[in-house]
Design a protein. Structure first.
Length: 67
């Protein structure tokens, strides 16, 4: 095998060994925490969506009076 190709293959193997090592260091959150935070994010997104929708209605009616 060409030395340059062998160097590339070795670099890729080293990279993935490092990824595997770092993957083991990850501190994964508990399932309950993930579910709780996901529900919280969904609620926040819903609240902001409704708020923007209501502001849209209010501004449409205000600008409708100006016309």
């Amino acid at each position: 095998m060409d030395p340059k190709v062998q160097q590339i293959v070795n670099s890729i193997q080293t990279y993935f060994r490092g990824v595997r090592t770092e993957w083991g260091k990850i501190n994964w959150p508990e399932r309950k925490q993930v579910i709780t935070e996901t529900v919280f994010v969904i609620i926040i997104v819903f609240v902001f969506t409704v708020a923007v929708y209501l502001m849209d209605i209010i501004f449409k009616s205000i600008f409708g009076l100006i016309k």
